[in-house]
Design a protein around this ligand. Sequence first.
Ligand code: TXA
Ligand code: MG
Length: 344
Amino acid sequence: METKILKMDPGNPDIESLQICAEILKTGGTVAFPTETVYGLGANGLDVSAVKKIFEAKGRPGDNPLILHLTNINDIEKYSLSFSNEARLLAKIFWPGSLSIILKKKDIIPDLVTGGLNTVAFRIPSNPIARKLISLTGLPIAAPSANLSGKPSTTDGKHVIEDLFGKVDAIIDAGKCEVGLESTVVDMVSYPPAVLRPGGIPFEKIRMIIPELIKDYHISETDTPRSPGMKYRHYSPEAPIILVKGRDEKVADKINKLTEQEPKSGVLCSFETIDQYTSLNKICIGSRNDSDEIAANIFDSLRMFDKLDVKIIYSEFFGGGQMGDAIMNRLFKAASYEVIDLDL
Ligand code: TXA
Ligand code: MG
């Protein structure tokens, strides 16, 4: 398939190119576009054959539901049966932004979008290119992250081109995404309301509005049944990742021993600790004191290891700060929950 690539300045959406992309979406095609979290692969969320193309391009399992992207809160009621006062409050406070809200769906939304569930996730993004594109279509745009299924999400136009060139109708390349991690997914249908995926908006901020909110996600190996890697393989670079837990010096000692045994190994570490490692293939994810920076770099860092052609990757833990849960959630999945715990 021929893929149009449209370069765009993130602060200055190019209306002519966006009109071309909107036309592609309105006529049943697929367009990858930037959002503030990660790039999304969009299609008309009311058109089954268009949505099918998303699953095909990504190689995504059909039972994994998609998020519908809108630009106007008033449109929610066209597609949902249950916009409660609490959900409305979240929408008013956090939209546009990195929050996806699960509500009961109306029949107009095809089952393919929701993986057969009677609920659907909505998000109103803040990125100006995404907003302009969606509003030009006048449609709810179904968009998962614009990566091949199982690979790290795409947070830069060049990642999208690597994964989806030749598989989608157009790619809007506007450089790097601000947040770098996907939206927080909050289920406002079940009781108590629950965060199902930690993301761009920290749990604590949402709980300030919804006090009964619970966490229904995994951020460590201990709260997850260990099961064979493939089931969890997600966000993964080509080489397997092992997380190493413990005090800084012990972690560096252990990783140095391991990387000296296997020269084709890589290390994912922080600005504060990078000098402690002897490996030639070390990637700095950012400063321990800035969890926003680590979140913004995590997927790019994981993808960089593919370029280094390493056979195995050792990573530190990065659980501190307000994005810590979301970062560790992705890292545990990327590592298939493989951990060397030096505190044991
Ligand atoms: O930031 C984001 O959320 C990005 C950008 C493009 O908006 N999108 C994204 O989509 O990350 P995706 O498909 O990669 O992740 C959507 C997540 C999945 O974990 C899916 O299982 C969950 O949301 N989800 C969607 N609808 C759901 C539903 N009705 N019930 C439970 N989980 C749902
Ligand atoms: Mg995804």
